[in-house]
Design a protein around this ligand. Structure first.
Ligand code: ADP
Ligand code: ZN
Ligand code: ZN
Length: 815
């Protein structure tokens, strides 16, 4: 009987591929293991076994697999079901889900190796380069292609290799290279011979003249008495101040034994703190949550900023861990979470695993394996959106902290998933519960509580009864007219900053743009420098004296004169964080100003440095972008200033008002968390805007009602679904005619539910012209059918030769 497997390949093709396996392989292989398989011309790919069966494919002859890469599945059956859901719901391929789920170290690619053909003997026919290679193969039987490039000191070596192949001088072979390397640590133990007191005595006598060796042995004893744990070679070296050579000498005399052990790269200390005692409001909330969870799988905890939501999560996490179930704690941005990690580490110690995009490839593999093995070290998993793809086995609870955050949505590449919704499906597969938490819930989650789909628990008091900050709207129209502004600061904001600084308190200032100014304009002719690759103005960065594109990364030096008319009078329009930082340095020279935005937080510890310095009060005023709104907890901040609220309110997006409310309430929430009531100043040209009014009174209910009403009227989520199709191509005419064709054929089925095609606000990025089409799908129609139709239309679109090169992205719930 013939045996076959279906595998998922990490490529964007819809179908699974069938490969042939032997009888023996069929008994060994399990679903979820990796196999290396040949695909395409000569490439070898890593694939995941999705099923094992005996049905020969009819459309093609199944190739044999190349190699089995695991002895145990590295992907669980639940994960495969979950991937399938993601692929169906978000309209992408399983391969794309696989690619964003597995740490890249698991996806081995082949490396080409060159070997000498033993039958070759006409070396005279070779060129110099060819001869060098053949000679090198005399010394080393197998050479990786990369090495050959070094030997010849040339980049283009493939023609030479090909020539050698035709001359039959070499043969080549593909081999899979494992990227993950376990970390091995050297440990020392004393030969058990010396457990005997007399022998030990003799030993120390014998070593009396080898001072360093004696000191190493003595240090060994004091260390093992103190820690009662295995002793690392490094520890011993430090404690006894001897070199590796001394320890090696002792090992050669068989006094010490050196052994190695595999270890994880990231380790947490053991727990050091008891859980906090909850106050009565927190206790009530916990009780209510438990009750709601009896009837609902998902509950939203709507608790104002600093009401102590984290401690409530901690209480529930503790309960679930005691039941020996795993917990997934999702945060919008893991790099901003050092404060939270420290807090959780104190309670749960080394039960925590952090899944971090800035971790190395090896570190991520270790976290994956610990979760897969349900190891003690991965009971509480903390991570950003992609951690919904980890191999949980007994997931009891998922916490989605700051559930309203847009960073839970992946926009590019596919799968274009929302981690909150994906987590709800994941928890469901494990019969676990989901707790959504936010001070400013998303309209869609709150709507779901009103529809009784989710439970709702509210918490309206700050911990310690500190009042929510007092929020003042400052009209800057007047200030500018009467020339009373100092740079971008109103008199009122200036005064409050001075007061806060005088009281040795800290200040946070928010401006939703980075750089010095988003537009440079010639005063003479009005032309402003544009990105050559994108349809957008270049942002001026004064500190680097550069113009930068925030879409494609293009940059060049700031010109001295206008490129159109040559006039030297260049003006800047609008302002970003850098300009505010520079103004502050002039206005408050005696104080230290820090800036937190994309430009200052690069690198693995970028955020940590700034957050740490602010916490240690080395920085008095911190200026930043929306990064500042994400759950940071600084006790000494008494004033928060928003330099301009109007940009975000006027942003062309149906969620602009909701987002502005969330952002402003969250930034305000950074003021006055610990002791006294904080102050917030929001500068605006339009203080009567309803959203700003609702922010000042923290009136979520009215905001929700009004926004929902608008969504009703203009037909937007959460009242219906949106599927967004984006077309991209470097030829404008092509993408434009493709978009017209597409919208017409969608119109045939969906009628008025199709909007567009339109060009987005930035209609060209990286030289690709962009067109979008929206399809609005009512909740009362089965979405599955609509998606099938969209898929069909996509297939016919791509069967038209002229349209085939157009990039076609589908985004379900595109917001
Ligand atoms: P939220 O997540 O709702 O914004 P946090 O959980 O960060 O609020 O709590 C705000 C502050 O109050 C934190 O500094 C936290 O340590 C403190 N806190 C909250 N609950 C307690 C408690 N039960 N006992 C002591 N301190 C608490
Ligand atoms: Zn000009
Ligand atoms: Zn650009």
């Amino acid at each position: 009987m013939n045996h076959f497997i279906n595998v998922i390949l990490p490529i964007p093709l819809q179908q699974l591929f069938t490969y042939k396996i032997t009888e023996a392989e069929s008994t060994f292989l399990q679903v979820g293991m990796r196999v290396a398989v040949p695909f395409g011309k000569s490439k070898i790919y890593t694939a995941i076994v999705a099923s094992i069966h005996q049905n020969e494919p009819t459309a093609y002859t199944a190739k044999e697999i190349f190699q089995i890469l695991d002895d145990q599945p590295i992907v669980t059956e639940n994960q495969l079901k979950h991937w399938q859901w993601v692929a169906n719901y978000y309209m992408c391929s399983l391969g794309e889900v696989l690619r964003s789920s597995l740490p890249s170290a698991f996806l081995l690619e082949s490396e080409t190796l060159v070997l000498k053909n033993e039958n070759f003997d006409s070396e005279t026919s070779l060129t110099d380069d060819e001869f060098l290679i053949v000679e090198a193969l005399e010394h080393q039987a197998i050479l990786p292609i990369k090495k050959i490039s070094d030997i010849l000191d040339k980049k283009r070596i493939l023609p030479i290799i090909n020539e050698l192949l035709t001359k039959k001088a070499i043969i080549i072979r593909e081999e899979i290279v494992e990227q993950y390397k376990p970390k091995l640590v050297k440990y020392i133990r004393l030969n058990s011979l010396y457990n005997d007191a007399d022998k030990l005595h003799d030993l120390l006598e014998n070593l009396s003249r080898a001072v360093k060796q004696r000191s190493a042995v003595l240090s060994y004893f004091s260390l093992s008495a103190a820690t009662k744990k295995p002793i690392k070679q490094e520890e011993l070296k430090k404690a006894s101040n001897v070199s590796s050579a001394v320890i090696k000498a002792l090992a050669e005399k068989e006094i010490f034994e050196i052994y190695t052990q595999q270890t994880d790269r990231v380790n947490f200390e053991e727990a050091t703190a008891q859980l906090k005692i909850l106050n009565e409001f927190q206790k009530n909330a916990v009780q209510e949550l438990r009750e709601k969870f009896m009837h609902k799988d998902v509950v939203l905890l709507h608790g104002i900023t600093s009401s102590g939501k984290t401690e409530i999560y901690v209480e529930l996490i503790n309960e679930v861990l005691k039941k020996n179930q795993q917990v997934l704690y999702l945060v919008p941005e893991i790099a901003l979470t050092t404060q939270l990690i420290t807090r959780l580490q104190q309670y749960f110690g080394n039960k925590i695993a952090v899944f971090h995009s800035k971790y190395s490839l090896n570190e991520r593999v270790e976290v994956w394996n610990n979760i897969l093995q349900n190891s003690d070290k991965a009971q509480l998993v903390l991570g950003a959106r992609s951690s919904v793809f980890l191999p949980f086995s007994k997931l009891g609870l998922v916490i989605v902290d700051e559930e309203h955050e847009t960073s839970y949505k992946q926009f590019d590449p596919a799968p274009r998933y929302h981690a909150r919704d994906t987590a709800i499906v994941l928890a469901n597969l494990h019969q676990g519960k989901v707790l959504l938490g936010s001070a400013t819930p998303s309209l869609e989650s709150y709507y779901n509580t009103q529809q009784k789909k989710y439970g709702l628990v509210e918490l309206n008091r700050r911990f310690g009864n500190v009042l929510l900050p007092e929020i003042e709207l400052v009209d800057i129209k007047e200030g500018y007219r009467k020339k009373r502004m100092k740079g971008h600061f109103s008199e009122r904001l200036m005064l409050l900053i001075q007061e806060a600084l005088a009281a040795k308190e800290q200040v946070i200032l928010f401006q939703n743009r980075r750089g010095y100014s988003p537009v440079v304009e010639c005063k003479t002719c009005g032309v402003s420098p544009q990105c050559p690759n994108c349809d957008v103005s270049l942002t001026y960065h004064k500190l680097r004296n550069e113009l930068q594109c925030h879409y494609c990364g293009y940059n060049n030096a700031m010109p001295k004169t206008c490129s159109a008319c040559g006039s030297p009078s260049l003006d800047t329009k609008g302002f970003g964080t850098e300009q505010i930082e520079l103004e502050l340095q002039e206005l408050f020279p005696a104080f230290k100003v820090g800036r937190m935005d994309l430009d200052t937080t690069r690198g693995k510890y970028g955020y940590q440095k700034i957050i740490g310095a602010f916490q240690a009060q080395e920085i008095d005023i911190l200026v930043g972008t929306q990064m500042l709104s994400k759950g940071l907890d600084f006790a000494n901040v008494s004033l928060v200033g928003v330099l301009n609220a109007d940009n975000m309110l006027n942003f062309p997006d149906f969620r602009a008002h909701e987002k502005s409310f969330q952002l402003l309430v969250q930034v305000s929430g950074r003021a006055g968390r610990a002791k006294k009531r904080g102050k917030v100043v929001i500068q605006t040209f339009n203080p009567y805007h309803q959203i700003l009014q609702q922010v000042t009174t923290n009136d979520f209910a009215t905001m929700y009602k009004e926004q929902l009403h608008e969504r009703h009227q203009y037909k937007y989520p959460p009242l219906l679904r949106i599927v967004k199709i984006t077309l991209k191509h470097k030829d404008y005419m092509k993408v434009s005619s493709g978009a017209d064709w597409l919208s017409k054929s969608l119109y045939n089925t969906f009628g008025d539910a199709v909007l567009g095609p339109t060009s987005p606000a930035v209609s060209r990025i990286r030289n690709q012209y962009i067109k979008t089409i929206l399809i609005k799908l009512p909740h009362n129609k089965p979405i599955k059918q609509s998606k099938q139709i969209i898929q069909k239309v996509k297939n016919s679109f791509q069967s038209i030769t002229d349209f085939r090169p157009i990039r076609f992205n589908v985004d379900v719930d595109a917001y």
